[in-house]
Design a protein around this ligand. Structure first.
Ligand SMILES: [Zn+2]
Length: 485
């Protein structure tokens, strides 16, 4: 017999575990009767769609193929990166390569076992796609707040509109979206006929962290509102008989942007033909955020060597990873397999803007440089700072353990754990988390460092049994002030 009858998963996008206390009374009370994995970690890049896919497949980007939020694939999307938030870009990727995601998902495993998954997804349309990438052929449903045309199962959007009214607007902070998510989840997923795995993805506090800052009054208020939604979910779950596992989680954290560099312009000024919008003369393709890829669209190794040396010559760059087949020829880089990257879609280089554990003006720890994407002073994520990688992961299982558990856990462990609870076979790299008995796996840490000239970088990893998690990493020294603007 399965250990539970169903699982309810609530994702608070971007929620830092150190931003719960005093702001989320429902989640704090829930944690008292649950098992809180205090050392849970995201993936690299700590970007939403990479994280979503890692959660959904129980596997790392090296295997699932969503190597970044945006990555260049000029044979599919020309002149700009393939943007994984864009439903149409993912549809084109599927048409060209047959698979958007190159491993099996939780939704597929459940479908094979005759179980249902339903998701009320209020993040980007692409993230809704990736949370159950074969949802339609699985006979399951995902609702996306972006409407019928941006949803693989448009009937779920029609049903939500029929039962809950017109879709909400997208003003930030997303109060309207939160209350719509609460209604739709309650109506479509939490009733007695709800799916075996019911997932709700809330876009907050991520959006408000980005726009107004992690420690802002707006972020605090919207965090409280997200907690109210969680309180409603717990009330609904309590109404029904049966054994329900409830999981509260986030996909990554965020840190505060304190300086900005236009990497494209600076590279061009240094004579490199770089652009995030490549064309016939700019064949070195970049992406933006607080980390990015560098990809030679012509396979020109000389250009990659020059870009790599340029990155390491700068004070505002934090880390540089190279594809394993070229890392040896690029002294100072770390091979990207160390951060579970290296899918055939991966670029030659990933670079990170410099980050620090130092606090921002609100006293919130973790700051970094920004290339582009949010107002300066807003929150960002993507890199390997500890406050980007630390995630919220709290699981309440009937008959399960309670308390805080420092046993390291990864996003990729959640789907295998849910499948184990429901007695569903699932092949994935992630491991089954110790919900009932304390973990017997050996835990070890590992520090890797390398450098070139004045550039030195450090990566900390955690070994748990046969799994390797990314703890954090950065430019050495990892603390202290960031470069002045
Ligand atoms: Zn996210």
């Amino acid at each position: 017999m399965s250990k539970v009858d169903r699982a309810v998963i609530v994702v608070f996008d971007g929620l830092r575990p150190d931003r719960i206390a005093g702001l989320m009374p429902n989640l704090e009370a829930f944690a008292q009767e649950s098992l809180w994995f205090t050392e849970a970690r995201s993936v690299f890049p700590s970007m939403t769609r990479v994280a979503t896919t890692s959660f959904a497949t129980g596997d790392w980007p090296a295997r699932h193929g969503i190597v970044n939020n945006a990555f260049h694939r000029p044979q599919i999307v020309k002149g700009e990166p393939l943007d994984t938030s864009n439903f149409d870009h993912l549809a084109r990727l599927k048409a060209a390569e047959e698979a958007v995601v190159t491993t099996t998902s939780l939704g597929q495993a459940l479908a094979r076992a005759g179980l249902r998954m339903g998701a009320v997804h209020c993040g980007s349309a692409g993230s809704a796609y990736l949370v159950n990438h074969e949802v339609a052929s699985n006979g399951q449903w995902t609702f996306s707040v972006h409407g019928e045309a941006a949803t693989q199962t448009p009937e779920a959007v029609r049903e939500a509109i029929a039962r809950c009214g017109p879709l909400p607007g997208h003003a930030v902070p997303k109060y309207e979206t939160l209350s719509y998510a609460a209604r739709a989840f309650s109506e479509m997923a939490l009733g007695p006929d709800g799916p075996d795995v019911a997932l709700m993805w809330l876009p907050e506090p991520d959006t408000t962290y980005h726009q107004f800052g992690i420690g802002s009054a707006q972020a605090q208020a919207v965090t409280r509102a997200a907690d109210d939604v969680f309180g409603m979910v717990l009330e609904q779950v309590a109404k029904h008989d049966g054994r329900t596992a409830v999981i509260a989680m986030s996909d990554h954290g965020q840190i505060t942007t304190t300086f900005q560099t236009d990497i494209t312009a600076e590279m061009q000024a240094a004579g490199l033909p770089a652009s995030h919008r490549p064309d016939d003369t700019h064949r070195l393709a970049l992406t933006r955020g607080n980390m990015g890829e560098v990809r030679s669209l012509d396979g020109d190794h000389g250009l990659i060597d020059a870009a790599c040396a340029w990155l390491m010559s700068r004070d505002d760059i934090g880390m540089v990873f190279a594809r394993d087949d070229i890392a040896d020829s690029l002294p100072g880089t770390l091979p990207m397999s160390l951060v579970n990257q290296g899918h055939p879609r991966a670029p030659e280089l990933f670079f990170l803007m410099r980050a620090s554990d130092a606090p921002d003006g609100h006293g919130v720890k973790g700051t970094c440089g920004l290339i582009a994407g949010v107002p300066l002073g807003g929150g960002m994520h993507g890199g390997l700072n500890r406050y980007e990688l630390k995630t919220t992961l709290i699981m309440r299982t009937p008959g399960g353990r309670q308390g805080k558990d420092p046993c390291p856990a990864a996003l990729v462990d959640i789907a295998p754990t849910v499948c184990d609870l429901l007695d569903v076979p699932f092949e994935a790299t992630g491991r089954i988390l110790p919900l009932f008995e304390p973990d017997k796996a050996t835990v070890g840490t590992e520090t890797l460092s390398t450098g070139c000239g004045a550039f030195r970088q450090v990566l900390h990893r955690i070994h748990v049994g046969n799994s390797v998690l990314i703890d954090h990493g950065g430019r050495a020294p990892e603390t202290g002030p960031l470069p002045a603007v």
